[in-house]
Write a protein that binds this ligand. Structure first.
Ligand code: MEV
Length: 318
């Protein structure tokens, strides 16, 4: 049997993180940074996992493999080497664990002689992500699996709307987005989701009103992305960031950095679970004039990079 390589993209939540766990819609986009997994069949029963990313914890890949076997009611007769090479920053809000779950589920499915079925790959990845993150919405793995610009909504635990939007982000604005790395959060996604849950229990009316506002912004952002309406995009990013700050998921120094970006007419927000005490992971930033934003970020020595949005979902590499 031949070597199998499968890759899946990372993702950025354009708007709707945290609220999406409570059944609100989110707009999520895949990015052109991928996780590659290569499976090489062995002649014995051993499974050997090697990651080129030093900080990758290897018990998660093992768990994804076991979930894939369980899903297809299969047992391994022969083992394999699995090598992981990811371009996605680990634990930064860019979907590193989801892309890993999707690509391993895809590679092991093929190894088991199954069809490359994205629905099934996504279902396995969600089972794995539940173990890792406790109560994830499923938006991250769905976007890493299907790719593109995705409208995601968890209606009930068993019913999710995962809709690949039938249009692209308007050409004239795609280059105006940047990502900024603010440091790896000390808290895991699971911890951040729990923090919001505790707050929800204490102040249900207030938190619900924030989620409702996030939903309105998601609905406003959608046509603005299609039409390239920059003023609305900036407004939506700024207001959603304020809402996330009310949820307590943006570290203080990250808030200060975002204020600097806003002062020169731009906007930025966290785009994952965020953080509290150390880094806030990846920020999504927007400015009508990217050069102006870059000058500011260089001046303050921010770690930023351009980003290509809406890349292809999980695929078998030839
Ligand atoms: C994490 O990338 C996004 C959250 O909304 C959690 C989730 O959707 O499962 C914070």
């Amino acid at each position: 049997m031949k070597q199998i390589t499968v890759s899946a993209p990372g993702k950025l939540i354009l708007l709707g993180e945290h609220a999406v766990v409570y059944g609100k819609p989110a707009i999520i986009v895949s990015v052109a940074k991928r996780c590659f997994v290569t499976l090489t069949p062995r002649n014995d029963k051993t499974i050997k996992i090697v990651s080129e990313n030093q900080d990758q914890v290897l018990d998660y890949p093992e768990f994804i493999i076991s979930k894939t076997l369980e899903y297809f009611h299969k047992k391994l007769t022969l083992g394999f080497d699995l090598s992981i090479n990811s371009q996605i920053p680990i634990n930064g809000g860019m979907g590193s664990s989801s892309a890993l779950a999707v690509s391993i589920a895809g590679a092991v499915s093929l190894f088991l002689g199954q069809k490359f079925d994205k629905e099934k790959i996504n279902a396995i990845a969600y089972l794995a992500e539940q173990k890792k993150h406790g109560n994830p919405s499923g938006g991250d793995n769905s976007t890493c699996c299907f790719g593109g610009l995705v409208w995601f909504r968890k209606e009930t635990p068993d019913l999710k709307i995962i809709s690949q939007l039938p249009f692209n982000i308007h050409e004239k604005i795609t280059n105006n987005f940047l990502t900024i790395f603010t440091g790896t959060p000390k808290e895991s996604t699971k911890e951040m989701v729990n923090i919001v849950e505790e707050l929800y229990k204490k102040r249900p009316k207030f938190i619900q009103s924030i989620f409702n506002r996030q939903e309105s912004l998601v609905r406003e952002l959608l046509p603005a992305l299609k039409n390239g309406d920059e003023d609305v995009i900036i407004k939506c990013i700024r207001q959603s960031e304020k809402n996330l700050e009310h949820l307590g998921v943006v570290p203080p120094f990250v808030k200060l950095g975002i204020q600097k970006i806003e002062k020169i007419g731009g906007a930025a927000k966290i785009c994952g679970a965020g953080g509290r005490t150390k880094g806030g992971g990846i920020l999504l930033a927007y400015h009508k004039n990217r050069k102006e934003l870059e000058t500011l970020l260089e001046f303050h020595k921010f770690d930023f990079s351009p980003i290509t949005l809406a890349s292809e979902g999980v695929r078998q590499e030839l």
